[in-house]
Design a protein around this ligand. Structure first.
Ligand code: ADP
Ligand code: MG
Length: 589
């Protein structure tokens, strides 16, 4: 992601300062102040919905938390607003953590429903507590001042609010272009690929939820000291829906989409409130209907929001390869050639009455390419899932590099040096090949969200990218570094997945039907890569349908049928085996 660089921060700061200096009517400054407050909430939704694919209708409640916390505290304790900001953030952070920990474990529609419930209950809480002034709210909140200078409600507040927006945008852009950010961006593909790369997906979802809540809370803090009075209505469910609304229209996938959405919504609202009564002849909240139509049209014709129209026209500058000479990442000790890498001992998987994998055993020695073959439904994929920790064993044991890994989560198995690709390629289509592959090195880095936001992760980023580039070049993909992953043909996509898996410095590489969907030339290229990796000492388990490829590259074959191991041996032995010919080759040819 290179938005940050190509947009030019000095230019943005200049625009903000210029607007403050220009003799604009106060009305416009006020509107821009509201737009800044909305943008902050929208930035959180970009992370939550755009990046992680999580939907929240409850952001307004977090705005309310920040607002009520500072309002009540400054009115009742006399603490400085700059202190109550952090108290509000702490309250919001803890609440968000609890909501997230409860709801994010559950899948599907649970989160949106939970955020609705959260938004509703907080609204009624604010409206019913005597201490918070019930539905009348709290009045007489002080304005902000910075080192004795009154921020006020005009240009001073404008400068403060937009500085906060720009800082937040910068922090999020830095985050998205980092080790943690790549992990976050992988969440939209589901959790399987991310976990296989060693990402703790639940943890990242919780972090994202909390960051979004904190941004909303800051917006609420600013709002309370800007308005000087608050009541529950701007923090209700309706506003929660509107925040999501404006961000989706602006472009929930982009940081600047949040600002675009806030800007357009506010401007449209103002215009419509004047225009519609004149057109229709009566007053009422007709603008809501127009908003609804705009949302539907946006979703239909411009799924990525209005900002995507601008984004398309911005020049793309490829990432600067500024890592020559960087210290290489440390490598794990791997088994010597011929040592046992994987020992699959009578593993079994039952789905109800169906025995999908029936006490299957086999071994892989370091430097071997072992093929797992069998007709459709034989249990290959299930075997693969049992080894990689995606599915739980019914019985049996898997020993990897001398240690039992049965029962471990797939990311824990990944951490021990097993890395995989997917039958259906799983990638982050809007990232470059280099960035996708860098995700594979996730476990070899350590820098988290805070260091990314503060820009303290540069050295490690260079190391991760150097590794990604090296692995891509290793398998002949050096020409594709800056290519958008989603634009690749199937062959290069599959090679990209292999490079990504190699980035984790695996002791064993598991490939799930890597030749599926490849053309003849691409299959040959794949076979060359596999042979080369083997010559470099890599151990590989290959689940594959393509018999030519399997016979060509494998040292040893395990044949499955109806969940059972039919036989095993060298490709020559398997080709001669009458049982195999009957069960498998006979049905295929
Ligand atoms: P292969 O990859 O060799 O084609 P699979 O491992 O996908 O075979 O499937 C083996 C058997 O297990 C099939 O009969 C399949 O229908 C069944 N199976 C696979 N996954 C599940 C599941 N999650 N629930 C129930 N049955 C399953
Ligand atoms: Mg399969």
């Amino acid at each position: 992601m290179t938005h940050a660089k190509r947009f030019g921060w000095p230019a943005l700061v200049l625009v903000v300062v210029l607007i403050a200096a220009l003799p604009l009517p106060d009305f416009w400054i006020t509107q821009l102040n509201y737009i800044a407050l909305y943008s902050l909430v929208g930035l959180g939704l970009v992370l939550l919905t755009g990046v992680a694919g999580l939907t929240s209708f409850g952001q307004a409640a977090f705005v309310g938390m920040g607002a009520y916390a500072t309002a009540w505290l400054t009115l009742n304790t006399g603490l400085s607003p700059w202190l109550t900001l952090f108290i509000g953030l702490a309250i919001t952070g803890v609440s968000a953590l609890i909501v997230a920990a409860i709801t994010l474990r559950m899948s599907g529609h649970y989160l949106p429903l939970a955020t609705i419930a959260w938004g509703l209950s907080l609204y009624y809480l604010m409206g019913n507590l005597d201490a918070l002034g019930k539905y009348d709210g709290l009045l007489g909140i002080q304005g902000l001042s910075v080192m004795g200078w009154e921020v006020g409600q005009g240009r001073g507040f404008f400068l403060l609010a937009w500085s906060v927006v720009l800082l937040a945008a910068l922090a999020i852009l830095r985050l998205l272009d980092s080790r943690a950010g790549r992990a976050m961006r992988s969440l939209r593909t589901g959790t399987q690929m991310a976990e296989a790369m060693g990402v703790d997906t639940l943890r990242y979802k919780i972090i994202i939820f909390v960051i979004a809540a904190l941004l909303a809370s800051i917006s609420g803090w600013l709002f309370a000291h800007f308005q000087r009075s608050i009541n529950p209505s701007p923090f209700g469910l309706k506003m929660g829906i509107e925040y999501l609304f404006m961000t989706v229209v602006g472009g929930v996938g982009h940081v600047w989409g949040a600002v675009t959405g806030a800007l357009l919504t506010k401007l449209m609202e103002d215009q419509l409130q004047v225009l519609l009564p004149r057109l229709i002849g009566t007053s009422g909240s007709f603008e809501t209907i127009v908003f609804g139509i705009v949302l539907v049209l946006t979703l239909k014709f411009l799924l990525n929001g209005l900002w995507s129209l601008v984004e398309r026209r911005l020049p793309r500058t490829p990432r600067r390869l500024d890592w020559p000479g960087v210290a290489p990442l440390s490598e794990r000790a791997k088994p010597a050639k011929g040592e046992l890498v994987l020992d699959v001992q009578a593993i079994r998987k039952q789905f109800g009455g169906l025995v999908a994998v029936n006490d299957v055993s086999f071994q892989i020695k370091a430097g071997q390419i072992v093929g797992l073959i069998g007709p459709n439904g034989a249990g290959k994929s299930t075997t693969f899932n049992l080894i990689t920790g995606v599915a739980a064993l019914s019985s049996g044991r898997v020993v990897f590099c001398g240690a039992a890994i049965s029962g471990l989560k797939s990311r824990e198995i990944a951490a021990r040096g097993m890395s995989r690709t997917f039958q259906h390629v799983k990638m982050i289509s809007d990232m470059t090949v280099l960035e996708n592959v860098a995700l594979g090195a996730h476990l070899r880095g350590a820098k988290g969200v805070a260091s990314a936001m503060a820009g303290l992760n540069r050295e490690e980023e260079r190391q991760l990218f150097a590794q990604a580039q090296a692995q891509l070049e290793r398998i002949g993909m050096g020409a594709y570094l800056h290519e958008q992953a989603g634009n690749l043909a199937m062959g290069p996509q599959r090679l990209m997945e292999i490079a990504r898996a190699l980035c984790s410095d695996p002791a064993l590489l598991l490939l799930d039907e890597p030749a599926a969907g490849l053309r003849h030339k691409e299959k040959q290229a794949l076979a060359d890569v596999l042979r080369q990796l083997q010559s470099e000492g890599m151990s590989i388990l290959l689940v594959e349908h393509d018999m030519d490829l399997v016979m060509d590259v494998c040292d040893h074959l395990v044949v499955m049928e109806f969940g059972t191991r039919l036989t095993q041996g060298t490709p020559e032995e398997i080709q001669q085996n009458p049982k195999v010919r009957a069960a498998y080759l006979g049905t295929e040819h």
